[in-house]
Each structure stands twice: as structure tokens, then as C-alpha cells.
Design a protein around this ligand. Structure first.
Ligand code: 1HN
Length: 363
């Protein structure tokens, strides 16, 4: 591909005139904005280890009283995006939140969508629009855009969970804001998947209720795990075992912007993923995971998290004798809605990328 003209080649006086009129020549920037064949992501393959996070988070418990912090969170920031921007990928924010016994994180509602994935501790809960959702290890709890939510803790040990929000996208859209609210009255305990929808039936009226946009708020890990184990028992090792978190009434993604799934690696199993147009986050719910992301290798234990940029070649490897359960988040719902989602076969794509690189190097 031919080199285009640079800014420096233009006369200084001309550049000054452009700037004074708020004008910018496109051609020196064109290749950056539409690079050939594949995007050039800022997102770097990065891992965060729970054994490093936990002591720092507990220290935050001493340094930042909940009244001063509102939400006591350490954000997992991708250095490729600049740490201050607090993003893991273009649309994904991740944070580790600590709630100590008897603490209360007050009610608010905001435009970004959130989910929480519970990592450690017992006795905490999130109340979403008056529904008290208990937090147990591995549960996924939705707090979608615009719904009131607050967190409380009746237990006696610290509770830690991971927040996943589409904050970077919503902020970029200049659509991000919050409203503070009063403590919610709890009108019922939401036991989530165990009690609702598990039998494949929906509350009457028995048509898809247009108003029930978020009919399920708590996806109990014990139910998800049961389904993954049953799939493993009933399939050959050729088949990848992965389930998506969906809206049980529509079968569509459970949220509008980010997508969530859980994958089971059987003992000694390797899964090579196709190249996807979205960045992805991998979090170990149970077991041990080795993950290759392009040329980088990470060894993850329970509660560790890694992210991969778009179109990365990813291998998920379980070298242990125990199963490994992986939670995955991506930007696929957003990309599908925008007509941007694509998947490339791994081998073909690699050859093509290599060929292009060789051509560009003039070899
Ligand atoms: C938020 O509302 C929570 O409600 C956690 O627990 C993390 C990060 C950015 C913006 C809002 C919560 C958040 C957040």
C-alpha cells in the first residue's frame, strides 16, 4: 500500500491557516483511521491477578470509608488505553468492589449498564428496583441502565465482586450520568434463575411481555454450573461447552451493549477460539486456566481476569485434572447492532495477515 503525504510536508503557513479555521487535512491520518485489513486496537492483552488485587482492595477498606467512596472500587485499567481512562477495551469497564460487613452503598441509577459477578464472601446483596438479589460466589446480577440499585451486607466477612459496565462507550457517547436516590423498600427476595424460568415457563400472561425488558436479574452460579456439567456429560470432547446469559423471555442477549457467557473446559482440554471482531474478557470462576493471546501467555487461577483485543488468536488451556469454568464478557451485542460483528477462521486469517505483512515489508 502506498505511503500517503505527511503533515510535515505541508508548508507551515498553510498548516497554521488550516488550524486557525479548525480544519485538518485527512490524508496524513487516513491510514490510522482505516488501517488495511484489520483494526489496530489500543487494547493490550493484559491480566490481573486476584492475589495482587485483594490486599490492595482490603487496604482501600481502611483508607476509604464507604461514606467517602460511595462505591469502593479498584478499576482494572488497560495500559493500552491509558490507566486514567479506566477501560479494559473500547466499551468495557471492569472493577473490583469491596463491601465490608454492615456497610451500605447507597441507591442510585445511571445510564451505563452494569453486571456484577460475585467473587468472594457471603451475606451481601444488591437491591434492584426493590428486589433483593442475594450474592453468592459466581452469581451474575444485572443492574441495567436506569434501574435503581444499592448494595448492603448482613454477613461478617468482606465481600468482593467484579463490576462490568459499558461505561467507556456510554461516556464516549456523552450519555453518562447518575441520579442519587433514597434507600429502597425491599418488596421481595429475587432468587433468580433457580426459582424463575428454570422450568422453561414464564409468568402469565404467557406471551413475550414487551414491558419485561429485564425479567431476570440474578443468574445463580449453581444453576449455570449445573447446566454446563450436564452438557459436558452429554457431549463429545469435540464440542465446545459454552452457554450465553440471555433474557429468558426473548432468548436475546441479557443486556443491550455487552454480552456474557460461561465456558467449561473439561480436564486437560484446550479450546482454540476463532478470531472475533470484539475484545473479550476472561475471568476464572473455578479452576485453573492457561490462556494464550496472540504471542502472550498468561496463567490464571481462580478469580483472575484477562482481556484480549479484537481479532486476537486465543487458546484457552486447562492443564489440570479438574474442570475449569470461565466467565466471558464481550462487545458482541453492540457490534451486532451496529453491523460490525465478524468472525474469521484462524488459520486462513493468519496466513492472510502474514502475507500482507510480507508484502508491506516489500519482501
Ligand atoms: C456503579 O454504579 C457501581 O453500583 C459500581 O456498584 C461501579 C463504576 C462506574 C460507574 C458506576 C455500583 C461503577 C458504578
Amino acid at each position: 500500500m502506498e505511503q500517503l503525504g505527511t503533515l510535515e510536508e505541508l508548508p507551515e503557513r498553510y498548516r497554521e491557516q488550516l488550524e486557525a479555521s479548525n480544519l485538518v487535512p485527512l490524508w496524513p491520518n487516513l491510514r490510522n483511521f482505516i488501517p488495511p485489513h484489520a483494526p489496530q486496537p489500543h487494547t493490550l492483552a493484559t491480566a490481573w491477578y486476584f492475589h495482587q488485587i485483594k490486599p490492595l482492595l482490603l487496604q482501600a477498606g481502611e483508607l476509604a470509608p464507604i461514606e467517602k467512596a460511595e462505591r469502593r472500587v479498584l478499576a482494572l485499567a488497560n495500559p493500552g488505553h491509558g490507566l486514567d481512562n479506566m477501560k479494559v477495551s473500547p466499551a468495557m469497564y471492569l472493577g473490583m468492589q469491596l463491601l465490608l460487613p454492615k456497610e451500605w452503598a447507597p441507591a442510585h441509577r445511571h445510564t451505563p449498564n452494569a453486571v456484577r459477578l460475585i467473587i468472594e464472601g457471603e451475606g451481601a446483596y444488591t437491591t434492584v428496583e426493590g428486589q433483593k438479589c442475594l450474592m453468592e460466589h459466581g452469581d451474575m446480577i444485572l443492574t441495567p441502565s436506569g434501574l435503581w440499585h444499592e448494595h448492603g451486607h448482613d454477613g461478617d466477612q468482606p465481600v468482593i465482586w467484579m463490576d462490568i459496565l459499558d461505561l467507556p462507550l456510554v461516556y464516549y457517547m456523552e450519555a453518562s450520568f447518575v441520579e442519587e436516590g433514597r434507600r429502597q423498600e425491599v418488596d421481595r427476595i429475587n432468587q433468580g434463575s433457580t426459582h424463575n424460568y428454570a422450568a422453561g415457563i414464564v409468568p402469565t400472561p404467557h406471551f413475550i411481555r414487551e414491558d419485561a425488558v429485564y425479567p431476570m436479574l440474578r443468574y445463580a452460579w449453581k444453576d449455570t454450573k449445573k447446566v454446563l456439567d450436564a452438557l459436558a456429560a452429554g457431549t463429545t470432547r469435540q464440542e465446545v461447552i459454552q452457554v450465553a446469559y440471555v433474557n429468558p423471555e426473548t432468548g436475546r442477549d441479557c443486556q443491550n451493549i455487552l454480552g456474557y457467557s460461561a465456558l467449561l473446559l473439561r480436564a486437560k482440554e484446550t479450546v482454540s477460539l476463532p478470531l472475533r471482531s470484539t475484545a473479550q474478557v476472561f475471568h476464572v470462576i473455578e479452576g485453573e486456566l492457561k490462556i494464550n493471546i496472540d504471542q502472550q501467555h498468561f496463567s490464571l487461577a481462580k478469580a483472575d481476569t484477562a482481556c484480549a483485543p479484537c481479532f486476537a488468536a486465543i487458546d484457552l488451556i486447562n492443564t489440570s485434572e479438574q474442570p475449569c469454568y470461565v466467565f466471558i464478557a464481550d462487545e458482541a451485542p453492540l457490534q451486532r447492532k451496529l453491523g460490525l460483528y465478524s468472525v474469521r477462521e484462524r488459520q486462513l486469517s493468519h496466513e492472510r495477515f502474514t502475507k500482507v505483512a510480507v508484502e508491506e515489508a516489500g519482501i
